[in-house]
Ligand binder design. Structure first.
Ligand SMILES: [Fe+2]
Ligand SMILES: [Fe+2]
Length: 234
């Protein structure tokens, strides 16, 4: 319970309530292959947003390697189909309220176009390579099978090295605004926009923690347990 919420917590509360609603709706509407969104998992993940210093990945061990990627996929949809379009809408709103800011507008549009492409590629790698690989590990364990890494040379170790914190880039947005803005005190539409970007940054950081500190170690554990890896030299 968070009875006396500081401002930061109030913003998080709003974010999590909106996210909960979006993910639950998506979960009900998409082909989930039988894997429904686990509300207990969602609850544990949301606690992380408030208590990062107390976060222990072990708490997630009760959840399966199907449930966690399912949550992550729904979150990807939330970013691409809700959060990014909202941010793009806010950029338009800034220009609308401050028509002289065309340089700023152009810079922000360029930045977010590039950012969106990076995010799409980041998500593609996870959804088309990491998650199917983990799914194979998981299925292999159930069937007592032996998993082969034959097709695309995907390895968890390579993934770890290439999985960069995509939210760090977003810090540039504030620099862009302060560079191009002619105002000594930022008008309200700019503040609202920056607030949105800041919240998105927090959201992506938490998402990355679930991937790096929960999902990947669980997958590595499963590899070891099942002795699934067949080295190329075998
Ligand atoms: Fe992701
Ligand atoms: Fe990621």
């Amino acid at each position: 319970m968070y009875l006396a919420m500081p401002f930061e917590d109030a913003r998080l509360e709003q974010l999590l309530s909106e996210k909960h609603q979006y993910l639950s709706q998506e979960d009900a509407g998409v082909n989930t292959n039988g894997g429904k969104l686990n509300q207990d998992l969602l609850h544990e993940i949301f606690l992380l947003y408030y208590q990062q210093e107390d976060f222990s990945p072990d708490k997630m061990n009760d959840f399966s390697l199907e449930e966690i990627p399912h949550y992550l996929k729904l979150s990807h949809r939330y970013y691409l189909h809700k959060k990014l379009p909202e941010i793009e809408q806010s950029i338009l709103h800034v220009l609308d309220k401050d028509p002289g800011s065309t340089n700023l507008y152009t810079s922000l549009v360029c930045f977010f176009n590039a950012y969106k492409n990076n995010l799409i590629e980041h998500i593609r790698l996870e959804e088309q390579e990491l998650f199917p690989y983990i799914q194979s590990l998981f299925t292999g364990t159930i069937n007592g099978g032996r998993f082969m890494t034959s097709d695309n040379n995907f390895t968890i170790q390579n993934f770890i090295q290439s999985h960069l914190p995509i939210e760090d880039e977003l810090k540039k947005v504030s620099e862009i605004i302060h560079h191009w803005s002619k105002h000594s005190v930022l008008p309200l539409p700019y503040k609202i926009f920056l607030n949105q970007v800041e919240i998105f940054e927090v959201e992506l950081r938490m998402h990355g923690i679930i991937e790096d500190a929960v999902l990947v170690p669980m997958a590595i554990e499963l590899e070891k347990k099942g002795n699934f890896f067949t080295k190329k030299s075998d």
